[in-house]
Design a protein around this ligand. Sequence first.
Ligand SMILES: [Mn+2]
Length: 276
Amino acid sequence: MKSAVTVSLVEEARGGPFVFWGDVFQAISMAQKLGFDALEIFPPDAETLRHLFLTKPLATAGMTVAAVGTGAGWVKHRLQLADEDPIIRKRAIDFIRSIIECAAELGAPAIIGSMQGRSCHAVPKETAKSLLRDGLAVLSEHSQKCGTVLLYEPLNRYETDQANTLEQGLGILQGLDNVKLLADWFHMNIEESDMAAAIRLAGNAIGHIHFADSNRMAIGYGHLNVEPVMSALFEIGYSGYLSAEVFSKPDAILAAQQTIKAFQLAIRRTDARGPQ
Ligand SMILES: [Mn+2]
C-alpha cells in the first residue's frame, strides 16, 4: 500500500478536509520531506491543473498523483450528475471529462464524490440513481479511453442519498466497467455497521482509500479502531493508496506528520501479523 496526502487549490472549499492548501509546489516539497508516495489534488478545474505543469516537479520529487477530485464542479459551479436540468447535467459531464483527461496525463484517476448529487422534490431517488449511473457509464468509458479508471465514492447520509455504504456503492456500479469504489473511512465510520466486513465484501472493487479518522482528522486523532480495517485491506490484497483526506488540524504539518506516522505503524503492524 502507498501513502498520499491531499492538497486543495479551491479557495471556495476553505475549511474542507484537505491537509495542504493553495500552493501545490510547497505541498509536493512538504509531502516528499515527510515521506509520502503521492499527492491527491483538488483543483478548481482542469485548465488550472494543466497549467501547473506538474509532471516534471513530481518526477523530480519522486512522487506520483494518487487521484484528482472533481468536487469543485459542485462547490464552485453547482454542477452535479443527478440535476433535473439536462443542460446542467451536460455541463457536469463536460467538467468531469476535462478533469479525467488532465488526471490521466498525470497517471491518476478522477473521483466522483459530491458531483454525484442527490434526490430532491423534482428528482425522485430512483431517477437520481439512474441519472448518476448514466453519467458514470459515459465517464468510465472516457476514463478507459484516457487509460485510467474512474473512482466512485459513497458518502454519508448528510451529503448524498445515492449510496452511503460500500454495498450500496457496489449496487450503483453493477454492470459498469472501469469504475472502482473509493472507501472513505470517515463516511464508513458513520454508515457501516462493520467497516472491516464492508471492505471484505467490496474486495477488489475498491480502488482508493480516504484515510481519515472518525472525526475526519488524521488517523490517530479520532477513535477509529484501525487494526481490523487494515487487516481487511491486507486480506483483500489491496495495493492502492491510503490518502489523507483530513482537516488541516491542528495545522497542515502536524496533520501530515501524524498521518505518515499512522500509515507506517498500520502497515508494519498488520504486515507483521501475516495473513489472517
Ligand atoms: Mn472522501
